[in-house]
Write a protein that binds this ligand. Sequence first.
Ligand SMILES: O=c1[nH]cnc2c1ncn2[C@@H]1O[C@H](COP(=O)(O)OP(=O)(O)O)[C@@H](O)[C@H]1O
Ligand SMILES: [Ca+2]
Length: 530
Amino acid sequence: MRKRPNHGSLRMAKVAYPLGLCVGLFIYIAYIKWHRASATQAFFSIASAASAARWSQQAHSPPGTAARGHEVFYGIMFDAGSTGTRVHIFHFARPPGETPTLTHETFKALKPGLSAYADDVEKSSQGIQELLDVAKQDIPFDFWKATPLVLKATAGLRLLPGEKAQKLLQKVEEVFKASPFLVGDDCVSIMNGTDEGVSAWITVNFLTGSLKTPGRSSVGVLDLGGGSTQITFLPRVEGTLQTSPPGYLTALQVFNRTYRLYSYRSGATLTQMLLHSYLGLGLMSARLAILGGVEGKPAKDGKELVSPCLPPGFKGEWEHAEVTYRLSGTTAEASLHALCASRVSEVLRDRVHRTEDVKHVDFYAFSYYYDLAAHVGLIGPYQHGEHLPTTVTTVSEDGGPWKPGICNSQCPGALSGPSPAMGLSGSVCHASADGRAISPPDAEKGGSLTVGDFEIAAKYVCRTLETQPRHGPFTCMDLTYISTLLQEFGFPRTTELKLTRKIDNVETSWALGAIFHYIDSLSRQKSPAS
Ligand SMILES: O=c1[nH]cnc2c1ncn2[C@@H]1O[C@H](COP(=O)(O)OP(=O)(O)O)[C@@H](O)[C@H]1O
Ligand SMILES: [Ca+2]
């Protein structure tokens, strides 16, 4: 965990004499006054963020060592997602004459999403207030007025009828305007899917350092939310630019370079891609589609939704977008996975644009890609090929100890996940010193796996649904959906994906890219000529 900067004590330590202390105090007070008077002057353009990345990554300066005179500033981005609302509080520092760098992120998430309050708008303010309180505790009082506060909503609000969504946004704006932070007229909005994809791409490429070196390969980004999904990457093969349907490509001016991005937004028709939001390929919306339900509508006559992707004989209820559905599995079938995969393929047919170029780009996948992989143990504390500490004894599937060594097919141990004997490349050794207790997957660490691993895991989970209900009734469906979706995008089974929740201790989310953009627009408003 990075430490928060402590500029106060640093300043004090360097001012050795009383006179120096007075001068220092005078400069400090003058600085704070200037800062309050010119809130947006403190902000930088995306272009300087590139150098910030360079500064941060090359100098490796921990924020706590910031020297005297560093300018410190903050930005607050709320992500109103379909399944939850999250606050990201970004801390920046700018040394004199240098460009700023991101020094820390404070993050907190709440469930359910804002859209769950569509019929009780008043209730929505409680969670927003709670997250604002986190920001107040995190940001020093003197900086509140100068700190921009923004909320962007994604699929959950896009799916609501316009009037309901607007009421929710108005409520949030009311709460924001009563807060002590810097709130503009555009502080609360629904973000379109293209901006969502592009912002996530900027975040990941900023954090991986790809943006700092011109010419260095950028990475692609896969985001699977509850209501929508994004795949965003910079095509490496010229052909993709020529063959992509109109509307799939978007130009982005970052760091004095124009990037041409390919951004596919779920469900949008080809020509409406950039203009019209047709949702439905996020994991929760996809579940509903696979079950044969309709978004926002109860099943006809309260009928059960029956699916081969659910455990045979399963009966249960599932709530989605304020509607409760009665669910039922089919009677036991020989190959649940094959039936489920065929239903998923039906749902995805003609809805996903396939491109060869994904084969030539390294991809980072997060959100539900990450959650599902961690849930079934595809990623975890020890990765395939990793040397295990000698104190660690791996645990075999029946609970017996295995020898310490390299995590490979000799070391299954995936008690909560599929058997590596099935050929999983990302197999995890859940290990413990006594050879019995099993450590849960490390939520922060992430890992790599192949696209085919999702399919193998799906087959395993679907096959053992009846005997191992601990994965939950949706895991067969979810894994089958993810593996089919990735293959529909054009990924070969052998493609390796990096699954991560955080990079360099910062959440992989569109939030950072979006705050860069917002801060940039503030500075443009301040000096339109630049
Ligand atoms: O900042 C984040 N950090 C970690 N996980 C996140 C973050 N934002 C979203 N997620 C993940 O995204 C998934 C839900 O997506 P979300 O609620 O944002 O739907 P949406 O993007 O379709 O609106 C969950 O897997 C959740 O853990
Ligand atoms: Ca999201």
